[in-house]
Design a protein around this ligand. Structure first.
Ligand code: IMP
Ligand code: MG
Length: 180
């Protein structure tokens, strides 16, 4: 990658979602989740690294009692396509047996990560298990996967910013850009 800043690079790419559009959607999702989980004290499980920014913004808008923990998985390496093999890099540290669990993803592409997480989480016997994803790529699914709360359905393109990376960079951008 040349020696420019991430912001300069991003200005070379078409914008897909502005920071304002993202924040409005995050508020809407938080309102919905706060209503649906009132009195249930859900445990949010953020999927690192991509969802760190979405999680932080979402949780600030949640108005009910809740907890948060993180799991770290990887399947992309430095590539723009999934390798198909999902590896756990960091396990969760909380007990989710009998709890209401909400897994928070940045984006669902092939669906392999979500499928992997669903199987893994179910083994820990939560009372309920649902998935929240800021973005879902249209027409990219390789498997049928669960997703209960979706921010935006986007075209099948490679996107960066707002937590999403290309080779670990550009996560710091407040908006989302198309890169391919
Ligand atoms: P899946 O397993 O193919 O559904 O991919 C899920 C994970 O791959 C996401 O949580 C992201 O971390 C990453 N990913 C998928 N599409 C993109 C993209 O367009 N840009 C950056 N990361 C992506
Ligand atoms: Mg991810």
């Amino acid at each position: 990658m040349p020696d420019e800043t991430a912001k300069f690079l991003a200005s070379q790419y078409p914008i897909l979602l502005t920071a304002e559009q993202i924040q409005a959607k995050v508020k809407e999702l938080a309102r919905q989740l706060s209503a649906d989980y009132a009195g249930k004290c859900p445990v949010f499980i953020g999927v690192l690294n991509g969802s760190f920014m979405f999680c932080a913004d979402l949780l600030r808008q949640i108005t009910i009692d809740c907890e948060i923990d993180f799991i770290k998985i990887s399947s992309y390496g430095e590539a723009m396509r999934t390798s198909g093999v999902v590896k756990v890099r960091k396990e969760i540290n909380c007990h989710i047996e009998g709890r209401h669990v909400l897994v928070v993803e940045d984006i669902i592409d092939s669906g392999l990560s979500v499928m992997f997480l669903e199987k893994k989480m179910r083994e820990m016997k939560p009372q309920s298990l649902k998935f929240v994803s800021l973005l879902v790529k249209e027409g990219a699914a390789q498997v049928e996967y669960p997703c209960d709360y979706v921010g935006f359905r986007i075209p099948n393109r490679f996107v960066v910013g707002y937590g999403l990376d290309y080779a670990q960079k550009l996560r710091n951008l407040p908006a989302i850009y198309v890169m391919d």
